[in-house]
Design a binder for this molecule. Structure first.
Ligand code: ZN
Length: 242
């Protein structure tokens, strides 16, 4: 398999909280530094076609999505374009407040992806609950985010295919903070940490999870899929020596 091309998408351009060049650039920087990937691009909502032209998506193996305040301003046509690419096999990593994005909602098949939340500068303890998984490799049993936004249950997602992380918050809430899903040929990972006022994307554990997830979500080489009316059974064909 060739190098994995990653596109990091963000709804804003420019500095945000502790990220002088934006969250998208902070994420692109550590992906680049890992030397695990091919092209690492950034695309943002204010760009033409939200930076997600047919050409960009065709050259994207894994799309990372960070959005918060402007979900409803994302063009439905672009959302559908992204959805189709996921069905074809493009990986999608949805971060933090991307839980409420149109693309995540569409792929999850739900009208609302609500959750409990509180901006409270509280400790978040992220527990790894699945070992020997490509996304959790190298991650300790748990790690602490000293100041985080509380995301708590209930989280209105369909039951995930795999639950990899559960977060405990200082206020006592828990949250399914790392979940995988498959839609069509595409692999999807939701990862909750990453509120824009805290330097969470600089944390080595968080970076490692996202790097691991981008490698995991990359499409595998496509094999033909046989469907439809099958006039000859494989066994009949074998008996005729075909
Ligand atoms: Zn937030």
């Amino acid at each position: 398999m060739g190098k994995i091309n990653v596109t990091v998408w963000d709804e804003t351009i420019g500095p945000l909280g502790p990220y002088p060049n934006g969250i998208y650039q902070a994420i692109a920087d550590f992906l680049e530094e890992s030397k695990e990937f091919g092209t690492v691009r950034t695309s943002t909502q204010p760009q033409a076609e939200h930076g997600l032209s047919v050409e960009v998506l065709a050259d994207t193996d894994v799309l990372i999505w960070w959005g918060h305040c402007h979900h409803n301003d994302v063009d439905d046509e672009i959302v559908e374009r992204v959805r189709k690419r996921v069905m074809e096999g493009m990986g999608l990593i949805v971060l933090h407040s991307g839980h409420a994005s149109k693309i995540f909602s569409k792929l999850m098949g739900t009208d609302t992806l609500g959750l409990r939340w509180r901006e409270a500068d509280e400790l978040e303890r992220v527990w790894k609950i699945e070992s020997n998984h490509p996304i959790t490799i190298g991650i300790p049993d748990y790690f602490d985010i000293p100041k985080s936004e509380m995301y708590g249950e209930h989280f209105c997602i369909p039951a995930p295919d795999e639950l990899l992380f559960i977060s405990w918050h200082q206020g006592g809430e828990v949250f399914r903070s790392g979940c995988t899903f498959k839609r069509g040929k595409g692999k999807i990972f939701y990862f909750a940490p990453g509120h824009e006022t805290f330097p969470i994307y600089y944390m080595p554990e968080v970076q490692q999870v996202i790097i691991n997830a981008a490698k995991w979500a990359a499409p595998l080489p496509m094999e033909p899929v046989i469907t439809g009316h099958t006039p000859e059974s494989p066994e009949a064909m074998r008996l005729c020596g075909q």
